[in-house]
Ligand binder design. Structure first.
Ligand SMILES: [Zn+2]
Length: 352
């Protein structure tokens, strides 16, 4: 199903490209700028089973995006500068922001050198448990469990369910089913408990994943001191905030900000909602982010930034640089706003 959706999106992007329709969209739907969303940046890996590969792009692709933006004369700016332009309605020049979620070490090792080539600032949203070393990167743990096992048993809603994971196709099907199940679990602790049980049963060292993937506070300190780097908050536990009661959701926001400010001695005035889709960030979360004092907060809802986005600084959409579509030809489609306009049914703002 995910593969199908991915193929449909690719076909849509290519149709826009080949028909040239994105040129027609640009004046109306390109907005005043865009906020790009990335996660990991690293060279292509050989492993056949990479169900999370939509969450990573290669340094070469990142370079191609930056080259494209520079060739169009688009300013690459910090989130602070984007916020200033929005509030002062300074839209003389188009802008783009680069944001990276979770705090992966490869952001330092592979993204930073490329961003330096273009003197391009960027923001990394750190989930404080990930920097602490005890975070739950359950989607990576699930990938490792399924890559290793040839069959898996899990108790889904109290029913023992078996999954064949002996072939690549079966592994993808099992990943999709288990991923959707885990994401839908309600409490903050339910997901942690289930993924811990799976890792225990199939011999995956879950505790090591966080330290292997994410920067620690000690690493973040010099990284945050880099002139091009800004650090934002991304909750404490990386939970689905919309599923939490008010006090936990606001504590996840306020405390994650305080931890960053304590550890790095820098203000953290920008926030990214974990998961960030409609099921994870809605009106209540937008209000809580504002109450927690964040200047901006970004979702994963697809969209460009429009002048009217100034009224919704804690409900900003982003443009995903998705690892499944690392095709330089499609970059003009992405920056034209055509793809996100189609996705949004031609509405410019979606902040409800
Ligand atoms: Zn995240």
């Amino acid at each position: 199903m995910k593969q199908l959706r991915s193929n449909v999106i690719r076909a849509g992007l290519e149709a826009l490209y080949f028909t040239g329709a994105h040129h027609l969209f640009r004046p109306i739907f390109a907005g005043v700028g865009s906020i790009f969303m990335l996660h990991q940046v690293r060279p292509q890996r050989d492993a056949p089973f990479q169900p999370n590969c939509h969450l990573e792009v290669t340094p070469q692709f990142l370079r191609a995006v930056l080259t494209h933006l520079r060739s169009r004369g688009i300013d690459i700016v910090t989130m602070d500068e984007m916020h200033r332009r929005l509030t002062e309605r300074d839209f003389a020049r188009r802008f783009a922001c680069f944001t990276f979620d979770d705090g992966y070490r490869d952001n330092r090792d592979f993204a930073l050198p490329v961003m330096r080539e273009f003197d391009a600032p960027f923001t990394v949203y750190v989930a404080s448990d990930f920097a602490q070393g005890g975070g739950n990167l359950w989607w990576i743990a699930l990938e490792m469990v399924i890559a290793k096992a040839s069959r898996i048993e899990a108790s889904i809603d109290g029913v023992a369910t078996r999954f064949d994971t002996s072939t690549l196709a079966a592994k993808h099907a099992a990943f999709e089913r288990l991923h959707d199940w885990l994401r839908a679990l309600p409490g903050r602790d339910d997901l942690a408990r289930e993924i811990k049980a799976l890792c225990g049963r199939y011999g995956i060292d879950q505790a090591a994943i966080c330290g292997e993937s994410c920067m620690s506070w000690d690493e973040l300190k010099p990284f945050a001191g880099e002139p091009l780097v800004g650090i934002g908050a991304h909750s404490i536990t990386h939970c689905n905030l919309a599923q939490q009661p008010d006090e936990i959701a606001s504590q996840e926001m306020a405390t994650s900000r305080a931890r960053i400010e304590n550890a790095l001695q820098l203000p953290a005035l920008h926030f990214a909602y974990p998961y960030g889709d409609k099921g994870a960030a809605g009106r209540r979360e937008f209000a809580l982010a504002k109450a927690a004092g964040f200047k901006t907060a970004v979702t994963t809802r697809p969209g460009m930034v429009f002048p009217e986005s100034a009224e919704y600084p804690t409900a900003l959409p982003r443009v995903s640089l998705n690892g499944n579509y690392q095709d330089e030809r499609l970059l003009p489609v992405l920056t034209s706003g055509a793809a996100t306009a189609v996705w949004n049914g031609f509405r410019r703002i979606d902040a409800a």
